[in-house]
Design a binder for this molecule. Structure first.
Ligand SMILES: Cc1cc2nc3c(=O)[nH]c(=O)nc-3n(C[C@H](O)[C@H](O)[C@H](O)COP(=O)(O)O)c2cc1C
Length: 371
């Protein structure tokens, strides 16, 4: 399907459905398509062949390209093969909680088309780790899989580490990297885990289990990243970076949705939850620049950039700001299934026109010296 077909014909139909229903419909369509004979090949038809210039080696992993699916789009690992077939180099599933939970009452997702934004207050609906594990066993398509860990709503913050490690314990063999999500605005109190001591302990517990699993499976430990909120002031950013480093984190995902409504053309104060999409772009770009400056230029702690990305120019901008990889969610909702193929084609053209032999050469090119 061409992008204009999606934007002219399919998207207007989907917008007649409630945003969450439209998302379920789209995910189920991908799920069915990946199971039809020839379905994967049909979805991959317009995807350019892997371009070695776009391959990224980071976090001890090989990514066929820098573009990944952000957490929340395929929470329960229902359409991973289809997402890889559409061209993504990585898919982050989750947030997965140990026990199944329904999340917040509906409606809880709203499109804001004028801003190409989404507001969501989902609160981690999850089919739980056991169901997700079964689906992950069935995956066929190659590509890097991230597992985004969370806690059940009723689990206290004191016991949060037990939930994060329970999910990791079950999904470790199927994961390539692991994300500690402490930045969703929709689970009460969760963001308190971004404090230095709390985060240091949480990352430390996850890493202890990670290393133990690695021994058991005779495999290197998985990279463990911390996903942070975009609403941190400088002090809070230093706390979260230091806490993650104390606990032994491997990198950061910047960022989750924002609670700052001033980024929208209308604040929509009547709707609860976090904002994603175009209005988040400059905020997450600045946070990426600032974080890269604090971490140093040597790229020992890679950043995955996410927030408001929908074109190759946005990918380039984010990588220049210091992200080694990027992810998208809302840009895919508005742009449709042809989005990754278009971005990859444009990234290859950019490398060719600039004489760049590896897209990773641009990472951090704009970052200021250490702040
Ligand atoms: C409906 C919705 C659900 C989301 N669920 C999760 C989630 O479960 N875990 C998580 O870490 N991030 C979640 N996110 C945040 C995205 O992963 C991403 O960080 C954010 O949307 C910014 O990227 P974007 O502007 O490309 O959408 C969700 C976002 C949306 C719109």
């Amino acid at each position: 399907m061409t992008e204009s077909t999606y934007q002219r014909q399919i998207f207007p139909l989907l917008t007649r459905l409630d945003a969450e229903r439209a998302h379920r419909f789209a995910l189920q369509s991908l799920h069915i398509a990946e199971r039809l004979p020839g379905g994967i090949a049909a979805m991959a038809r317009d995807v350019p062949a892997p371009d070695p210039k776009l391959a990224v080696e980071t976090l001890g992993l090989h990514f066929s390209n820098p573009l990944g699916v952000a957490a929340g789009l395929d929470k329960d690992a229902e359409a991973m093969d289809a997402l890889f077939a559409l061209g993504f180099g990585s898919v982050e599933i989750g947030t997965v909680t140990p026990r199944p939970q329904p999340g917040n009452p509906r409606p809880r997702v709203w499109r804001i088309p004028g801003d190409e934004a989404v507001i969501n207050a989902m609160g981690f609906p999850s089919s739980g780790v056991t169901a997700v594990k079964k689906r992950l066993f069935g995956r066929r398509f190659p590509g890097v899989v991230g597992v985004n860990l969370g806690k059940n709503k009723e689990t206290s913050l004191e016991n949060a580490a037990r939930d994060y490690t329970r999910v990791l314990d079950d999904l470790w063999p199927m994961a390539n990297y692991v994300v500690i999500n402490v930045s969703s605005p929709n689970t009460p109190g969760l963001r308190e885990l971004q404090g230095r001591n709390a985060l240091g302990q949480l990352v430390g517990e996850v890493q202890r289990l990670n290393r133990w699993k690695a021994d058991v499976f005779s495999h290197p430990p998985h990279p463990v990243l911390v996903k942070i909120a975009p609403d941190l002031d400088d002090w809070a950013l230093d706390e979260v970076l230091q806490g993650a480093i104390d606990g032994g984190a491997s990198g950061f995902i910047i960022s989750n949705t924002t609670i700052d409504r001033s980024v929208l053309s209308e604040p929509h104060a009547e709707l609860p939850g976090g904002v994603s999409g175009r209005p988040l772009r400059s905020k997450t770009n600045e946070l990426t620049l600032k974080t890269r400056a604090r971490l140093g230029q040597d790229n020992q702690m890679p950043i995955i950039g996410v927030g408001g990305i929908s074109t190759a120019d946005h990918v380039i901008e984010r990588m220049i700001a210091g992200a080694s990889l990027v992810q998208i969610y809302t840009g895919f909702v508005y742009g449709g299934p042809g989005t990754p193929a278009r971005i990859l084609r444009d990234l290859s053209a950019f490398c060719d026109s600039e004489g760049i032999s590896s897209i990773s050469e641009i990472v951090g090119a704009a970052a200021p010296v250490r702040a």
